[in-house]
Design a protein. Structure first.
Length: 194
C-alpha cells in the first residue's frame, strides 16, 4: 500500500528538518508537490488565472495537462485538477518557477521569471532530486536552462536530475502543441522502472 503524499511529506520534513522556501510574508499561489524519490516533476512558469482561482494546477478546462498525463500512461486514470495532490502516489511532482504571481507569461512581472526565481527552482530540485524535471513550456525551460534551450531532453542536468522541455498544454499555446515529446518522456520514465 502506498503512503499518501501528506504522510510522506510530513515524515520527510521531520526527518530532514525541511523548511518552506517560500516567503513567509506571502504564501505561494499553489504549493509545491516535491518529495524525494519522484520519477518526474512537471514545472510551469506560473499558475494561470483559472488555476489560481481554483487553487489547482492546470485547472483551465481546455488545458491538456491532465488528459495527456493519462493518455501517455503516467497516471492510471484521468485525474481532475482538484486531485493534483494524488500525483506523488504515481511518482509525479509539481512546481512553478514563479510561486507568488499568476497569469499568462506576458502578464507576469519580469522578475518573477528572472535569475532569482530560476535559482530558487534549481535549489528546490536539487533538494529533492527527482529523476526528471519536465518544463511544460519552452519559455519556462529557457528561463532556467538558458536562451538556447530547445524542446526535448536537455544535455545539461540540474544536479543529477535529467531535464526535459515539453510543448505547453495550455490552450494559449495550441499552435505549438505536439504530444510526441510527452510520449517520449513517458517511455523514458517507464524504461527506468522507477
Amino acid at each position: 500500500m502506498r503512503e499518501s503524499f501528506h504522510s510522506i511529506w510530513g515524515a520527510t520534513c521531520r526527518q530532514t528538518r525541511c523548511r518552506l522556501r517560500n516567503s513567509p510574508a506571502k504564501a505561494p499561489i499553489l504549493p509545491d508537490l516535491l518529495i524525494p524519490g519522484l520519477r518526474v516533476v512537471f514545472c510551469g512558469t506560473a499558475p494561470g488565472r483559472v488555476s489560481a482561482e481554483r487553487k489547482a494546477y492546470y485547472a483551465h478546462p481546455q488545458n491538456k495537462f491532465w488528459r495527456v498525463l493519462h493518455e501517455v500512461g503516467l497516471t492510471p486514470r484521468l485525474l481532475a485538477p482538484a486531485e493534483y495532490t494524488l500525483l506523488p502516489e504515481f511518482g509525479i511532482g509539481l512546481t512553478d518557477i514563479a510561486k507568488h504571481v499568476f497569469g499568462m507569461d506576458n502578464q507576469l512581472p519580469p522578475q518573477s521569471l528572472g535569475r532569482e526565481a530560476a535559482a530558487a527552482l534549481r535549489a528546490r530540485i536539487e533538494d529533492v532530486a527527482p529523476q526528471r524535471l519536465a518544463f511544460t513550456s519552452l519559455t519556462g525551460g529557457k528561463r532556467v536552462m538558458g536562451p538556447k534551450a530547445k524542446f526535448g531532453l536537455q544535455k545539461d542536468k540540474i544536479g543529477g536530475t535529467e531535464v526535459w522541455i515539453l510543448p505547453s498544454p495550455s490552450p494559449a499555446a495550441n499552435w505549438n502543441w505536439d504530444a510526441g515529446l510527452w510520449r517520449a518522456l513517458a517511455k523514458r520514465v517507464a524504461k527506468s522502472g522507477a
